[in-house]
Design a protein around this ligand. Structure first.
Ligand code: DAH
Length: 355
C-alpha cells in the first residue's frame, strides 16, 4: 500500500472512534503540523523522479483536501454535540415558583436630600458635587480660615497624611470654592453630601451630611438670604407659618454671619415645628466674605451674595421623628423598613414632599 493510502486508512480508522475536540485537534496536528504525516509527504515531492512527481503531487493534494474537509466536518459535529449537551444540562425549569419579591426602601437621608434638592431647584438653584477627600486649601485656607485659626481646631479634622494636605472634608463649604473656581458669576448652587469630623454621640456621627448653598450675583443682600431660608423651611416642614430667628454668629467665610433657629413645641410627646417658644438651631449662614471671593478671582466690589450650610441628618431626624442619629448608619434592615421610603415615590414640590 502506498504511503498516502496508509495515512488515509489510519486516519479513517481513528475518525470512527468517539472523539472530543482536543483529540481531533491532536489528529489534525499529527497530519498537518510542521512534521505531520501529510506535511512530510509534501517535503518528499522534490526528491522524486520527474516522471512520478506530477502524479504524486496531485494525489497528495487530493488526499490533503479530503482529510481536511473530513476533519472540519468532524469538528463541527463535535462542537454542536458539546453545545447540545451543555444546553441539556443547563436547562431551567421555568415552572418553578419565583422567590418572594423583596422591596427595597429609600434611606431617610437620601429622601431628605431629594426633598431639599427639589425645593431649591424650584427657585433656580442647581446641584453641585465635590469629593469627600479634599485638600486643606479648599476646606480651610480658601475659605478665609488660615493656619492657626481657632475654627480649624473646632472641626476635629480627619487628616489623611502627615503633612496635613489631604483630609476628609469637614463641611460642604469647599464646594463653594470648587464651583467658583471652575466658572464665572453668577453662581446659584446647592451642594449636598457627606462630611466628616472626629466626633460621636447620640447627636454626632463621624460621618454626617450637610447641604451647602451659595448665591453670588450683583446686589444680593441679607434680605434675599432670609427670604430664601424662610421659603425653604416652610416647604421642607410642609407648614404655612414658621417661627425663625437669626442669631449673630461667626464663621470665617461669611461677614456678617448668623445661625438660624426655628421655633418648636412639644405636644403630646411629639415635636411641632414652626410654633411654640422653644428654639432649635438648624443652620449657619451669612454674606460671603470678600476674602473668599478674592481667593476665587471674583471681584467683591462687583459681586456679592450669601451662603449657608444646613445639617441634613438633623433635619431628617426632626421631620421624621428619629431620635438617635447613629441609627441612620447602623444598616439595620428592620430600621430601614420602618423609616424608609417607597423608591417609586420621588419627592416633588407639587405632590407633597414626603407623602
Ligand atoms: N460650614 C459651616 C459648618 O460646617 C456651616 C456654614 C456656615 C456654611 C455658614 C456656610 C455658611 O456656607 O455661610 O459649620
Amino acid at each position: 500500500m502506498s504511503d498516502l493510502k496508509k495515512i488515509k486508512e489510519e486516519f479513517l480508522l481513528k475518525l470512527k472512534k468517539k472523539l472530543n475536540l482536543s483529540e481531533i485537534n491532536q489528529i489534525k496536528s499529527d497530519l498537518f503540523g510542521k512534521n505531520g504525516q501529510v506535511s512530510s509527504q509534501f517535503k518528499k515531492i522534490g526528491t522524486l523522479a520527474e516522471s512520478e512527481r506530477k502524479k504524486f503531487a496531485s494525489d497528495l493534494n487530493i488526499i490533503k483536501d479530503e482529510l481536511q474537509s473530513l476533519i472540519n466536518s468532524k469538528m463541527d459535529e463535535i462542537q454542536s454535540a458539546e453545545i447540545n449537551e451543555k444546553l441539556e444540562k443547563e436547562k431551567i425549569d421555568i415552572t418553578l415558583p419565583e422567590r418572594p419579591f423583596v422591596k427595597g426602601k429609600i434611606h431617610p437621608v437620601s429622601q431628605t436630600i431629594d426633598e431639599i434638592s427639589s425645593i431649591f431647584s424650584e427657585i433656580g438653584f442647581s446641584v453641585e458635587e465635590g469629593p469627600d477627600v479634599e485638600n486643606e486649601y479648599n476646606n480651610f485656607t480658601a475659605l478665609n480660615t488660615p493656619d492657626n485659626h481657632p475654627a480649624r481646631d473646632m472641626h476635629d479634622t480627619f487628616y489623611l497624611d502627615e503633612k496635613k494636605e489631604k483630609l476628609l472634608r469637614t463641611h460642604t463649604s469647599p464646594v463653594q470654592i470648587r464651583t467658583m473656581l471652575k466658572s464665572k458669576p453668577p453662581f446659584k448652587i446647592i451642594a449636598p453630601g457627606r462630611t466628616y469630623r472626629s466626633d460621636s454621640d447620640q447627636t454626632h456621627s463621624p460621618m454626617f451630611h450637610q447641604v451647602e448653598g451659595l448665591y453670588i450675583d450683583k446686589d444680593i443682600n441679607m434680605g434675599h438670604l432670609k427670604g430664601c431660608l424662610n421659603y425653604f423651611i416652610k416647604e421642607f416642614f410642609e407648614v404655612d407659618k414658621i417661627k425663625m430667628r437669626f442669631r449673630p454668629s461667626h464663621f470665617p467665610f461669611t461677614e456678617p454671619s448668623a445661625e438660624v433657629d426655628i421655633g418648636y413645641k412639644i405636644k403630646d410627646g411629639r415635636i411641632i415645628i414652626g410654633e411654640g417658644d422653644k428654639w432649635l438651631e438648624i443652620l449657619g449662614c451669612g454674606m460671603v466674605h470678600p476674602n473668599v471671593l478674592k481667593n476665587v478671582k471674583v471681584n467683591p466690589s462687583k459681586f456679592q451674595g450669601y451662603a449657608f450650610g444646613i445639617g441634613i441628618d438633623r433635619l431628617a431626624m426632626l421631620k421624621y421623628g428619629i431620635n438617635d442619629l447613629r441609627s441612620f448608619f447602623d444598616c439595620d434592615y428592620r430600621w430601614l423598613n420602618h423609616y424608609g421610603f417607597d423608591p417609586l415615590d420621588v419627592p416633588t414640590n407639587y405632590r407633597g414632599l414626603s407623602r
